[in-house]
Design a protein around this ligand. Structure first.
Ligand code: DNO
Length: 358
């Protein structure tokens, strides 16, 4: 497993790379050209600059999260082939630079959705939380204002102001796009990408829907095992993979994560590992990574990765805001560093047990 942390790039991330370098066992960062909008072609020079900056801190870019997909592709607009060509050009530039892991999502209009980004827990830690009853009171066309209000001045990934400014228009694009159509649009996109992925050895890693059920009536196709299996089987190529995000899939109590990891063996190039606590149906709050703090069994999850020979990139996901740290919600240093220690500890123990003890 290639332990990594998400880093949003110069000017966007408040955490210096030299701090990340001090996290034990960290191999590199998963990053992106944070200012770029879906559909833009990534310039080779910009990729190189990012790589040089990361390398100068003694780390490597272990993957891209995300290379976002333009809505024309997801909603099958007439310009979709143009945007697919742009995507392929960006992929080939990443491939030329030796970057071989690309995370993306195929959620219409919004990226991940939360009602609070600083929900206070008993111990004073602030976490992301979700309450369907609250979502049901929000006008979908104003969800961007809600996110802006709760994001403490940071631009949250997938919620770029330029894109979500025209939410009403975005919603209109998806009228008539049901989950079946969305699935076929994904398959069309993936089939077009496979030659460039094959050429450079790039592995695409689809991020599951978060939460893993339809929000604001928009279709969702990547929230459970049958949905994910259908996707990997429809384009049956090792480059068509999944980001196994325990926190997204784990929003649904009926998703048994270790079972999903086994069923997708060989098709998981990338893992997001985090925990959350279910409260009442339709409601959850994120927690510390520790199994005892949430509803997911981190040992069973890491064991499933270990037993299936997982050798991809793994990173802790959303951290709690603790120790008065000021950082992008979910992406501070302290709690994610604690998580790295915990996940590395589980992994070391699994490795030593696997070899009959050490
Ligand atoms: C949220 C993240 C998502 C994820 C994208 C992948 O914190 O997990 O923004 O990066 O959905 O494209």
């Amino acid at each position: 497993m290639i332990l990594s942390m998400r880093w949003f790039g110069p000017g966007h991330d408040t955490i210096p790379l030299r701090f990340l370098r001090q996290v034990p066992g960290l191999k590199g960062v998963v990053t992106t050209l944070y200012g770029s909008l879906p559909g833009e072609v990534w310039e080779a020079a910009a990729i190189r600059r990012l790589q040089e900056e990361v390398a100068s801190a003694g780390l490597a870019i272990t993957g891209i999260e995300s290379l976002n997909v333009h809505d024309a592709i997801k909603a099958e607009l007439k310009e979709r082939d143009h945007y697919i060509d742009n995507y392929i050009t960006s992929l080939s530039r990443l491939g030329e630079a030796g970057i071989k892991l690309v995370c993306y999502n195929f959620m219409p209009v919004f990226d991940f959705t939360r009602t609070e980004l600083a929900h206070l827990r008993e111990d004073g830690a602030a976490v992301f939380s979700y309450d369907q009853a609250v979502i049901d009171t929000i006008d979908p066309g104003r969800m961007n204002e809600h996110m802006e209000r709760i994001s403490q001045g940071f631009v949250m990934p997938g919620w770029e102001k330029e894109r979500v400014r025209e939410l009403q228009r975005l919603f209109e694009l998806y009228q008539g796009v049901d989950s079946e159509a969305l699935f076929h649009n994904l398959v069309y996109f993936l089939k077009a990408l496979m030659p460039v992925c094959q050429r450079y050895g790039i592995r695409m890693a689809l991020h599951p829907d978060d939460p893993a059920w339809p929000v604001f009536g928009l279709p969702r196709i990547a929230g459970d095992l049958p949905g994910l299996l259908r996707i990997v089987q429809a384009v049956d190529h090792p480059s068509n993979g999944i980001t196994l995000c325990t926190g997204s899939l784990g929003t649904r109590r009926d998703n048994y994560i270790p079972g999903i990891i086994h069923a997708l063996q060989g098709r998981i190039p990338y893992a997001h590992v985090r925990n959350l606590r279910h409260t009442v149906p339709g409601r959850f709050e994120e927690s510390a990574h520790l199994s005892a703090d949430g509803s997911l069994d981190m040992y069973a999850i890491m064991k499933a990765f270990y037993d299936t020979g997982f050798d991809g990139v793994l990173r802790p996901d959303h951290g709690r805001a603790i120790f008065d740290e000021v950082a992008m919600p979910g992406y501070g240093l302290y709690d994610r560093a604690i998580a790295c220690g915990y996940l590395s500890g589980l992994w070391e123990a699994l490795g030593k047990q696997g070899k009959g003890g050490a």
